[in-house]
Design a protein around this ligand. Structure first.
Ligand SMILES: *Cc1c(COP(=O)(O)O)cnc(C)c1O
Length: 374
């Protein structure tokens, strides 16, 4: 699905130097690399504050803690997402209120959000799934009217640009009150272990988040908030500092792969290529097809036989996950999400795709559709 080795080979001297510099300095925690990466990312995103943390899941949890959300508060999130989005809500004793997504972009449906609001709703978590930004104009408007916080889950969309109704471009994750991202190795800006970050333009919120990531402490050994210990370590920050200047180039490489897939699969009735939002660029964390009248297991088996990895993101919606079963929800409640869970397939997508690999994937997919599907 990804080729991290080939990507590393191209920047090996820079990375190796950056890592050995950290080791030689022994500043493993909160070393200068962390601050340098933070400042570089603030500049890249055009956001006032970046607060690094240990991973994307922590970023979501810390955001909700910093906003002072309390057990019983309702937080609206899509049912079609990676589990971490709902997990952070549930871990804090908040109530996840799940909603359906848009069938074209797979992103949270603003209409569904508006309908899910109750007097207990406190926040909305739009997930910018697979690399394009959700309809943030609509979501921010709903939030404003109902005095809600918006926490963007930008774990899959770092680097995507959002065009708002006023004609201004903003980086994905910098539009809501808080944005969260992950530097998990296979994410678009991946480090060599775990990492994450929280973004905000709000000074007071930034101070609160900085306190929460550090045991609720602003003055050493005085704890004003209940916090957590969530840090981006210096080695990961050093890797990220090297990789950040390549992020746009990496996005272009992904977009080229997506364009080749689109061209090959666009006219095939059994395959529906991912729709593009008119408001956001797409950084293709995943390239996700919907199968129409094709047996997905046989398709995946056929690809596997030809050494092509393909994945189903995600096979089970949140509301049908065992740990999240809730009498408020049942099968059939979110028809778009459930349909997607049955029909999606994500193809290999990364920054180092060779033309012959791409040709092999395309030929194999078409071969199955034209000759083997029923
Ligand atoms: C990866 C991801 C996360 C969690 O990130 P980690 O760094 O693995 O904790 C959260 N939400 C979404 C949508 C993700 O893709």
């Amino acid at each position: 699905m990804v080729d991290l080795k080939a990507q590393y080979e191209k920047i090996k001297p820079e990375i190796d130097t950056a890592i050995s510099d950290v080791i030689n300095s022994t500043a493993f925690i909160n070393g200068p690399a962390v601050k340098e990466f933070q400042l570089a990312l603030e500049k890249y995103l055009g956001v006032k504050h970046v607060i690094p943390c240990a991973n994307g899941t922590d970023a979501l949890q810390i955001s909700m803690m910093a906003l002072g959300l309390k057990p019983g508060d309702e937080v609206i999130a899509p049912s079609f997402t990676f589990i971490a989005t709902a997990e952070a809500i549930a871990l804090l004793g908040l109530t996840p209120v799940l909603v359906d997504v848009d069938p074209g972009t797979f992103n949270i449906s603003p209409d569904a959000v508006a309908k899910a609001i109750t007097p207990r709703t406190r926040a909305i978590v739009p997930v910018h799934l697979f690399g394009q930004t959700a309809d943030m104009d609509a979501i921010m408007e709903i939030a404003k009217q109902n005095k809600l916080f918006v926490i963007e889950d930008a774990c899959q969309s770092i680097g995507a640009d959002y065009l708002n109704a006023a004609g201004e471009w903003h980086k994905s994750g910098t539009i809501g009150h808080i944005g969260c991202t992950s530097f998990f190795p296979s994410k678009n800006l991946g480090c060599y272990g775990d990492g994450g970050a929280i973004f905000t333009n709000d000074d007071l919120l930034a101070a609160k988040i900085r306190s929460v990531v550090n045991h609720g402490m602003t003055v050493r050994y005085y704890h004003d908030d209940i916090g957590v210990n969530s840090r981006l370590d210096s080695i990961q920050a050093a890797v990220l500092k090297i990789k950040l200047p390549y992020l746009d180039q990496y996005a272009r490489a992904r977009q080229q792969v997506a364009a080749a897939y689109d061209k090959a699969f666009g006219g095939i009735p059994e395959l529906s290529v991912p729709a593009r939002s008119s408001m956001s660029t797409h950084v293709f964390h995943q390239y996700t097809l919907q199968l129409r009248g094709v047996d997905r297991s046989s398709f995946l088996e056929y690809l596997a036989e030809k050494d092509i990895p393909a994945m189903v993101y995600y096979p089970v919606p949140i509301h049908l996950q065992k740990a999240y079963l809730d009498p408020r929800y049942k099968a059939g409640d979110f028809p778009v999400t459930e349909q997607l869970c049955h029909s999606v397939v994500s193809l290999p997508m990364h920054t180092e795709m060779e033309q012959d690999q791409l040709n092999h994937i395309i030929t194999t997919v078409l071969d199955f559709i034209l000759h083997h599907s029923v």
